[in-house]
Unconditional design. Structure first.
Length: 247
């Protein structure tokens, strides 16, 4: 049985990705900060006949990442889903799309970057020796170009860094002749407790976590070589952010 670690798998997109992978035969490691919530997710998966185990993953606690890596001897799939959109602010949504760019503090940027980029990098780095020869690393990401509706500075800055890491690791895998792959998936607008949106909102543009999880799992398990690609929910591939510079 192949093994997959999904971070932030206790709820939302992460849980649904884990659920879909489990239904397709993967042994699931449910990565979560909170043990009670992680164990609850394990029980839900087990009730559906899915093999699942809780593993503590806290991207802000590097020791927890080191400990987790030591307990994993073999891994076929790592899905880096866990992350935060901003530092916590009382009375404000986790992802506050009305927050003005100039209202972001250095602490907001530092906290978000340390979680989404540095924590994820540390986890990948510590699991490299456990990855099987054909293993896949999948980074759940977001569009990084600001628009009138979408410009959460801390979030897109941290994900831009994550995307660069994805492309750079992919380059190294290819250069060394490895069969391993690393790529990013942008699930699009999804109803989660981070944004407070409802599935079907904005004329159906906002999808449910169930739909996003299934779509992500389909991309993850594709037979295509997706190394170095950033793949949008509709299948569009953003493989080079500077292609216009090459004529």
């Amino acid at each position: 049985m192949k093994r997959a670690l999904v971070t932030g798998a206790n709820k939302g997109i992460g849980f649904e990705i884990a659920r879909n992978l489990g239904k397709r035969g993967y042994d699931i490691l449910v990565g979560a900060r909170d043990e009670a919530r992680g164990q609850a997710a394990v029980e839900k998966l087990a009730a559906e006949g899915i093999s699942a185990t809780f593993i503590k993953i806290d991207l802000n606690d590097l020791d927890s990442l080191h400990t987790a890596a030591k307990t994993i001897d073999s891994l076929d799939l790592l899905v880096n889903n866990a992350g935060i959109p901003d530092s916590v602010k009382p009375g404000r949504a986790a992802l506050d799309l009305t927050k003005h760019t100039f209202d972001y503090t250095t602490e907001d940027l530092r906290t978000t970057m340390e979680t989404n980029f540095l924590g994820t990098h540390e986890l990948i780095k510590n699991l490299l020796s456990s990855l099987t020869d054909n293993a896949k690393i999948v980074n759940i990401t977001v569009p990084i170009s600001p628009t009138d509706f979408w410009h959460p500075l801390a979030y897109i800055t941290s994900k831009a860094a994550l995307n660069v890491m994805t492309l750079t690791y992919a380059y190294e895998f290819e250069k060394m002749g490895s069969h391993r792959q690393i790529f990013g998936i942008m699930p699009g607008a999804v109803a989660t407790d981070l944004n407070g949106m409802e599935a079907g909102a904005h004329g159906g543009f906002v999808k449910s976590s169930e739909a996003a999880g299934q779509m992500s799992a389909d991309i993850i398990l594709s037979d295509k070589n997706q190394n170095g690609q950033i793949i949008q929910y509709d299948g569009k591939i953003v493989s080079d952010y500077e292609i216009q510079l090459r004529g």
